[in-house]
Design a protein around this ligand. Sequence first.
Ligand code: XMP
Length: 512
Amino acid sequence: RILVLDFGSQYTQLIARRIREAEVYSQILPCTVPLATILAYRPQGIVLSGGPSSVYEKKAPTVQKELFDQGIPILGICYGMQLVTHLSGGEVARSKHREFGRADLMIDDPGGLFRGIGGDGATTVWMSHGDRIERMPPGFRSIAHTDNSPIAAMKREDATRRIYCLQFHPEVAHTPEGATLLRNFVYDICGCKPTWTMRSYADSAVEDIRRQVGTSRVICALSGGVDSSVAAALTHRAIGDQLTCIFVDNGLLRTGERDQVQKTFASQLHLDLRILDRTKPFLAALKNVTDPERKRKIIGRLFIKSFEAESKKLKNIKYLVQGTLYPDVIESVSFKGPSATIKTHHNVGGLPARMRLKLIEPLRELFKDEVRVLGKELGLPDEIIWRQPFPGPGLAIRILGSVTKERLMILRGAETIVDQEIRSAGLYREIWQAFAVLLPIRTVGVMGDQRTYEHVVAIRAVTSLDGMTADWAKIPNEVLGRMSNRIINEVKGVNRVVYDISSKPPSTIEWE
Ligand code: XMP
């Protein structure tokens, strides 16, 4: 395995993903972990990420210098390079020109890290740094340069203590040959073999789950989203009927959602699936509630209550399956500080302690795209694998103001049309989320010769990589036009449609 030490770069996850794309397992640790912990992982190579700090600042993050003398090959990227320089007796200084963007890299030492790169001696790379290497540490040699950086890459000439450093970012798409460079590092320099595939992952996860669970019973809160679906399918492959899945229909789902879960998991995968219809208590609890946070809290609490009551009917339950992904794990140990609560998320996080359950989190090591490949491997249908995210509180947070049966019906109608049009325009996968929001106001319109005074629906569609930041989607006007026409014509009670053109930040994806 390869360890990536995180110094706070926005690209750290990308480094790990690129290495995994080379079918080599890689894992991220905060740079603050002690040397002994790093060594306990027995890494075949270590990558030091970039980061926003300057090595000469007082509180700059660092590593124990002894890390460089363990015989483990090291690749320092950007801040990683500056740190190697600083700790090994070289000199880093603020650069006169901040270098940001594409640059032509002249390769002075072909082969090694640069094997097969830059056919005519040069290749395009992505630079993003304010500091630069003034003087290399003893034992290092420059292996590439750009017009602005005489030392854009360097290496230590010591066969048993190999260190390679890059001023540019090989992990980003703007460095077209960066993936090759990272492959050269992990295969040629670290000696890793490409054995980490989703098939091998599934096999070993199945073994792990069997060993962990023994003869106990396991439950899972299935939502129909990619993560809980893949986690459930994987666990089911491992322990079959020892797993029971519970799907809570809170009455806030979209058209056909419950049927699809039923069809996929009960009819096709033969999972022990219990579907609870809790529409009535959820709608009763939400009556006249307009405050978004109150809605979220009520729904979260009621969900836990429903789930707990149902699981009490089962005997010998010791474990709960959760679809926690690797980015959540990194987030909770990340090098950055905690952030403010913007919205109370509805999730099953509180369940294990409350019900005294141990956790099975078979996706803890995976990124979203890897989970999709795994889902395919496990035979899940595309509709599940490629499903856009849908929030736990469901349509309740897309009906601004109070939630009623009538308003749910209107929103469902509009939502179905947005979904159909996005799919038939071939945009479903490239758009992170597209949905309808029902606004708590009415406006005047004219239909036939009659005055109307009806609801307004907003369409929200965003592109995003992880939901943390998002841009409003530039959907072709014809598609928007078709949605608007169909919603106004087909959904009773709506006479106006608007399109949300705000990005996140400062807006959020959901309206509540
Ligand atoms: P916001 O609105 O905060 O949403 O920009 C970011 C992403 O999170 C989803 N979301 C939720 N997911 N439980 C969830 O499982 C929730 O309570 C919840 N609230 C928002 C949202 O759909 C978007 O993908």
